[in-house]
Write a protein that binds this ligand. Structure first.
Ligand code: NAD
Length: 416
């Protein structure tokens, strides 16, 4: 079974468990699982290859899952594997995340099946603007607010803002994750990793782990992994292993994160970082450590390696990095897991702050953004932990129950 199917099955398993604990009738479950609207569009773009212009058509999608609690919110992905099933599952995940962190948004996701690396800047701009033209009737400041995801970036958001504003007037808040010069949010880039580190620290303290004596292993040294590493190192934690797609590096004495970043900038990979030994991505997950942070791909911890994981605390920076069967094995060994639904929600929280600043036309500085982010994440963590303790369930189950319960409550109040 491919990874995407495994993830969709895992997500469905967690949802079904929560539905049955919440004793929701089948009809309500069906309503909570169905999309409000699924839009598929054809995006024509003229590509220039070998001096010739050729018209290509790409398939684009926007799935708006639920807006009971506020406008639809979710990323826009440019990747060759994008398909309706995947976009639908990701849109649903956004609904639970925005509900869990209690921001006034619903959940959505969009994507175009395209390899952005094959397009030049002009072609990418045309693709983004054409996609926006087709989606303009269903997106909007109070309707649906896209953001960057895999294969898209602040520049793509800038193009979408421009296209949308041609027919609606200047509407900065129609997208988040924009360049700073167009109303972007200070601290947005590091928000997810910073939030991961904040929650890892909170969970570690609850387990009486001392920062200076705690070893941290991080799989993935991209945006989220690197900012989590910077933030944890600044709190005194010892980062002993890091990895990228080509493998990782390990040092029992601890890795200087600043040197690792400089090394990656210079050489393009972590390999060869002074004072470290090479370690494979599989070995890295099984290293003795206090905190393990999967921050790369989905379904990296499965039944094949769950029993070999030595960390007593796992913080899920990536989406669905642990399959539901592996999750059960880890639970049996009382491994504490801060679930993705909570751990990586810093990004959408910063997106919410960007939207608020845009609506008010009143920018905040980075310190204010990150302090509000920490406060909100701490509060959410406490609510999840209290429910987990009260009901004698794990934090993932508590997070799903809270999120689904909030969406269901809003649906009932609105009378969908
Ligand atoms: P990124 O592309 O910046 O970084 C991904 C990292 O993973 C890179 O260092 C890459 O080399 C590494 N990697 C790729 N294949 C690997 C492999 N087989 N083994 C080990 N490492 C591998 O992505 P990101 O923005 O840091 O996102 C990381 C994860 O966090 C993704 O699952 C993403 O969905 C999730 N996430 C990101 C955000 C965000 O705001 N960026 C928010 C929520 C969730």
């Amino acid at each position: 079974m491919d990874k995407k199917c495994v993830c969709q099955k895992t997500q469905r398993h967690f949802l079904d468990s929560a539905f049955s604990r919440l004793k929701l009738k089948a009809s309500r479950q069906a309503l909570l699982l169905s999309s409000f609207r699924e839009t598929r569009v054809t995006v024509p773009v003229t590509l220039r290859h070998n001096g010739e212009n050729t018209l290509h058509t790409f398939q684009g999608y926007r799935v708006q899952h639920n807006h009971a609690r506020g406008p639809f919110k979710g990323g826009l992905r440019f990747h060759p594997d994008v398909n309706l099933g995947e976009v639908r599952a990701l849109a649903q995940l956004m609904t639970w995340k925005t509900a869990l962190v209690d921001i006034p948004f619903g959940g959505a996701k969009g994507g175009v099946a395209v390899d952005p690396k094959q397009l030049n800047e002009t072609e990418l701009e045309e693709l983004s603007k054409r996609f926006c033209q087709k989606m303009a009737p269903i997106i909007g400041v109070h309707e649906d607010i896209p953001a960057p995801d895999i294969g898209t970036n602040p520049q793509v958001m800038g193009w979408i803002l421009d296209e949308y504003s041609k027919t609606h007037g200047y509407r900065t808040a129609v997208v988040t994750g924009k360049p700073m010069a167009l109303g972007g949010c200070a601290g947005r880039l590091e928000a997810t990793g910073h939030g991961v580190a904040h929650l890892a620290d909170k969970a570690a303290m609850a387990m009486s782990l001392i920062a200076e004596q705690s070893r941290v292993v991080i799989q993935g040294f991209g945006n989220v992994g690197s900012h989590a590493a910077i933030s944890l190192a600044s709190k005194g934690y010892k980062i002993i292993a890091l990895s990228g797609s080509r493998g990782g590096v390990y040092s029992e004495k601890g890795i200087d994160v600043g040197l690792a970043l400089a090394h990656v900038r210079e050489t393009g990979a972590l390999q060869g970082l002074a004072g470290t030994a090479a370690v494979s991505n599989a070995e890295l997950l099984e290293l003795p450590c206090e905190i393990l942070i999967p921050a790369a791909l989905e379904a990296t911890i499965t039944c094949d390696n769950a029993d070999a994981i030595q960390a007593p605390l796992i913080v899920e920076a990536a989406n669905i990095p642990i399959t539901h069967q592996a999750d059960q094995r880890l639970q049996q060994r009382a491994v504490v897991i801060v679930p993705d639904l909570l751990a990586n929600v810093g990004g959408v929280l910063a997106s919410y702050y960007e939207w608020v600043q845009n609506l008010q036309q009143f920018p905040w500085d980075r310190e204010l953004v990150l302090s509000r982010l920490e406060k909100r994440l701490s509060r959410t963590y406490d609510v999840v932990r209290d429910l987990a303790q009260e009901r004698k369930i794990d934090m993932r189950s508590a997070a799903y129950e809270l999120a689904i319960g909030r969406v269901d409550h809003a649906i009932r109040l609105r009378g969908f």
